[in-house]
Design a protein around this ligand. Structure first.
Ligand SMILES: Nc1nc2c(ncn2[C@@H]2O[C@H](COP(=O)(O)OP(=O)(O)OP(=O)(O)O)[C@@H](O)[C@H]2O)c(=O)[nH]1
Ligand SMILES: [Mg+2]
Length: 286
């Protein structure tokens, strides 16, 4: 029965335990800054006093929720823009096209006129993949042939959406790894070309991060920020075993809005980011 009794064991919170807890938080991708803040807070409340595992989880979950609260913001569509232009970027396979499909469905269901632009002219079948999402939501998908210049496609798409008084234009882009400088340049070019018709666009530049990649997400955010004005993040694939602890360190470091999270492959699997639910799940509390 020792396993059971250990569940009820309380111990004194000392320096060694605090250090262990801090290490545990760092290895869960929460980052040094958040980890030390959270253990400091715990010490302030409970140092040298008896503490249970539950107390620790509750304290940490509350800190995590507080850290994240200012950044949990859905994308705000400006109805006066025709169109509100959303450029979507990220590394290969992070979930860009799927997230576009989900957002398109959500906004269409809300009664907005949505249009998609197939700016991934690079990968075979990328255009068809976006067209499938367009068909599902019953909305137009603007395409150019595979291999053509994505900036030209973006330019045409913006012109067409202005003409058709579209509410929201979502522009897909090819996956690009941070170390491919020519592809990063291409993204900057897409932005320059969009600005020729609408100088204040893109109104949102979403960076899509795969929630399973851990600390590498930091490097991705830094590199994309060097090239374009990333305005917000969507973190995908949080339905699997990945806990997404990296969201905490990303929020602390980059202070970018977290617009939504992806929790599956289907159209309805996009959730508003809830700091409380996220923090509790990270700390195994229900
Ligand atoms: N489980 C899960 N799978 C996802 C999620 N988002 C995307 N995927 C899957 O991840 C894979 C890649 O998604 P895509 O949307 O094609 O990613 P992408 O960033 O457009 O990829 P490239 O265009 O090749 O760079 C697909 O199999 C998607 O179904 C998610 O939130 N959860
Ligand atoms: Mg894609």
């Amino acid at each position: 029965m020792s396993g059971v009794s250990s569940l009820f064991t309380e111990k004194k919170l000392d320096d060694a335990t605090l250090e262990e807890l801090e290490d545990l938080l760092i290895t869960s991708d929460l980052g040094v800054a958040a980890a030390s803040e959270m253990t400091r807070n715990l010490a302030a409340k409970k140092f040298d006093r008896s503490i249970s595992e539950e107390d620790i989880r509750v304290s940490f979950a509350s800190d995590i929720a507080n850290i994240l609260k200012p950044f949990a913001k859905p994308i705000k569509i400006d109805p006066s823009l025709k169109p509100h232009i959303v450029l979507v970027c990220g590394v290969n396979g992070s979930g860009k096209t799927t997230t576009i499909g989900k957002l398109a469905q959500q906004w269409t269901d809300e009664g907005k006129k949505v249009c998609l632009a197939a700016g991934d002219t690079f990968r075979a079948a990328a255009i068809e993949q976006l067209q499938v999402w367009g068909q599902r939501a019953n909305i137009p998908v603007i395409t150019h042939p595979q291999g053509s210049d994505p900036a030209a496609l973006a330019f045409d798409a913006v012109g067409k959406c202005i003409e058709d008084q579209i509410d929201i234009l979502l522009i897909d882009t090819a996956g690009r790894l941070q170390n491919r400088s020519e592809l990063m340049e291409e993204l900057a070019k897409i932005v320059r070309v969009i600005k020729k018709q609408t100088p204040d666009a893109p109104h949102d530049c979403l960076l899509i991060l795969d929630g399973t990649v851990g600390q590498n997400a930091h490097n991705q955010v830094s590199t994309f920020l060097e090239m374009i004005n990333v305005t917000g993040l969507v973190v995908t694939k949080l339905d699997g075993s990945a806990r997404g602890g990296v969201i905490v360190s990303l929020a602390k470091k980059f202070e970018l809005p977290i617009h939504a999270i992806g929790v599956g492959e289907a159209a309805q699997d996009l959730r508003a980011f809830s700091p409380e639910i996220f923090a509790k799940s990270l700390m195994d509390l229900n």
